[in-house]
Design a protein around this ligand. Structure first.
Ligand code: HEM
Length: 120
């Protein structure tokens, strides 16, 4: 059993180079360092998003389920900013969903997000 790590925006920013390239997508952090060369969409777009929350760009492309599955292999932890950035990441997380929730989970997490946001 591995413990779940949480990374902040500051942590993410430290990994924005070719040598260590992390991306946040849908509230989760992925180490894409070794994937850059294999990305069908090219290296450039990943460098552009390196060390950032790439949820929107990732979603905009309309990546396939296969692409989403590839993400699972690169998963290294949760992105802490997902709740505190005005819901941007969390909102997209409902469509990205490499989460261990059932298929109907997106609606539920949407509700959770609104609920959490109500506190701020
Ligand atoms: C680590 C995260 C990512 C993974 C695993 C991934 C994976 C893939 C895969 C498998 C494809 C082939 C088409 C498909 O199956 O959907 C693809 C295409 C593409 N990706 Fe990504 N991608 C990632 C991040 C990004 C990001 C952040 C961008 C930023 C804009 C991006 C832009 C594109 C584009 C533009 C294509 C289309 C290429 C084409 O059809 O010519 N990807 N990606």
């Amino acid at each position: 059993m591995s413990e779940i790590k949480t990374y902040t925006t500051a942590d993410l920013t430290q990994h924005s180079s070719k040598d260590s390239l992390w991306l946040a997508v849908g509230g989760k952090v992925y180490d894409c360092t070794d994937f850059v060369d294999e990305h069908p969409g090219g290296e450039e777009v990943l460098y552009d998003e390196a060390g950032k929350d790439a949820t929107e760009s990732f979603d905009d492309v309309g990546h396939s389920d296969e692409a989403r599955e590839m993400l699972n292999k690169m998963y290294i932890g949760e992105y802490e900013a997902s709740i505190f950035n005005g819901g941007k990441t969390s909102k997209s997380a409902t469509s990205t969903t490499p989460r261990p929730t059932p298929a109907g989970g997106s609606a539920d997490s949407g509700r959770l997000v609104s609920w959490v946001k109500g506190w701020f």
